[in-house]
Design a protein around this ligand. Structure first.
Ligand code: AMP
Ligand code: MG
Length: 421
């Protein structure tokens, strides 16, 4: 087979990210399944969830105290006649408050008919069947009206949202024991390199254990996908091609290593032979500059396709930190689209820099860093590292400081953007 060289297109970070987002926007998940409510945590909702009743279902008292008619408290102090006690869960709805009357009420209980406010117990003193009130209330105070949070039939949750604890709590409130979620995408992971050996075999001095497949699998799973781990591919085109073809059985293929400019960096060449279309073959970032994104014409049943279907792939640089960072920056939105998630823009958070940073100009940098401090005093400090192969330093970090391509020096105390991980 004649080697084919891939076209090269090195984009700025932002351009590359936008290219990825545009393609992600066209991708859909494979299917849907019904799962138990608790199993749905972290998955993506595939149906709208509607309110089966008003939220709250009755005018809800938000304080312990006395349900009153606000107009009765125009002169203070005033004494009202106690006509009942309503606790949360009380099913009695016969009470109807008239002028001059009050009812003891507990947080979470239904305000009785006729009452339009609740006076906090702190502003009252009770003597037998009378209660003296020393502070006024406005109409509606300390009562949440029935249906004011959501009306019966309102849409509470929309398809495409990842189910976090608040969404699960809301679905529970609407009486849902099971939810329809999108099926998890299958993401194939292929490590390449003659020096790379798997973790369950003895390793010689000149060899490197395959860590990328495992860090990637962890990222894939955390983002709601299932990993298909392929055996390590050698730097040899025939076997590499076989394994790449196997990888396209999955919904997406991630390849690590073999995308730099070295003589044995064969990934793009093999992909070209499979008629790959390359959207970029580099981004002006560090770590991760040689990152490759593209797709091959491929059928759902695992065959090269002349008509229609595509499978997306990423070629991620093999340095462990490059692999991790390029997954976060570029792979994640594509995988999220395959999980059915609504597109998300990437946003940085900000923290104050603890010690000055000096870097070279020209590339946008993502430096492993430790976010520390407390409450409003978020501080971030870049860890000392030996570059993008330094997995030990990166494992001690908990975020990346994002440095623009045109900043060579950032002073201690400056606000800097960070990428959390
Ligand atoms: P490459 O991108 O193939 O030029 O590899 C760059 C560096 O990353 C080399 O030092 C490789 O040994 C290392 N590397 C490549 N693949 C892996 C892997 N799967 N696990 C750990 N290190 C790797
Ligand atoms: Mg290599």
């Amino acid at each position: 087979m004649a080697p084919t060289s891939a076209p090269t297109a090195v984009l700025s970070f932002e351009e590359a990210r936008h290219v990825v987002e545009e393609h992600a926007a066209r991708l859909r998940p494979n299917g849907k399944e019904l799962v138990e409510l608790l199993e749905s945590a972290g998955q993506v909702l595939a149906e709208p969830i509607f309110a089966d009743r008003n939220f709250p279902p009755f005018p809800r008292a938000t304080r312990d105290g006395y349900a009153v008619r606000a107009a009765d408290l125009s002169k203070l102090p005033t004494t009202l006649k106690l006509v009942g006690e309503i606790k949360a869960g009380s099913a009695d709805t016969t009470l109807n408050l008239e002028a001059g009357q009050a009812a003891a009420i507990m947080t979470g209980a239904a305000a009785p008919a006729g009452a339009d406010a609740v006076v906090m117990v702190e502003y009252t003193s009770r003597a037998g069947d009378r209660v003296e009130i020393t502070r006024g209330v406005t109409t509606g105070e300390n009562i949440v009206p029935a249906g004011s949070e959501a009306k019966r039939g309102d849409r509470l949750l929309s398809p495409g949202m990842r189910l976090d604890h608040a969404a699960i709590g809301l679905a529970a409130s609407a009486g849902r024991t099971r939810l329809l979620v999108y099926s998890r995408p299958r993401v194939a992971v292929l490590a390449t390199g003659d020096e790379i050996v798997d973790i369950d075999v003895p390793v010689a001095r000149h060899q490197i254990r395959n860590s990328n497949s495992y860090s990637l699998a962890a990222q894939v799973q955390a983002a709601g996908g299932d990993t298909v781990l392929l055996p390590v591919a050698p730097d040899e085109p025939e076997r590499l091609r076989e394994l790449i073809v196997e990888g396209f059985d999955a919904d997406m293929l991630l390849i690590t290593g073999g995308v730099s400019m070295g003589k044995y960096d064969l990934v793009e060449q093999v992909l070209s032979q499979l008629n790959a279309e390359f959207f970029f073959t580099g981004a002006q970032i560090q770590p991760g500059r040689p990152v490759v994104f593209g797709r091959v014409p491929w059928n759902a049943d695992g065959e090269p396709s002349a008509t229609g279907g595509f499978k997306y792939f990423f070629g991620l640089p093999g340095n462990p930190v490059s692999t991790m960072v390029t997954y976060e920056l570029f792979v994640r939105p594509v995988q999220e689209a395959l999980t059915g998630m609504m597109p998300q823009k990437l946003v940085w958070l900000y923290a104050r820099l603890k010690s000055e940073i000096k870097t070279k100009l020209g590339l946008k940098r993502f430096l492993p860093a430790v976010l520390s401090g407390e409450f409003e005093q978020a501080q971030v400090e870049v860890v000392r590292w030996q570059g993008s192969g330094d997995i030990a330093a990166t494992a001690r970090a908990n975020c990346y400081v994002v440095i623009p391509a045109d900043r060579g020096l950032i002073a201690a105390g400056d606000w800097v953007p960070i990428l959390r991980r």
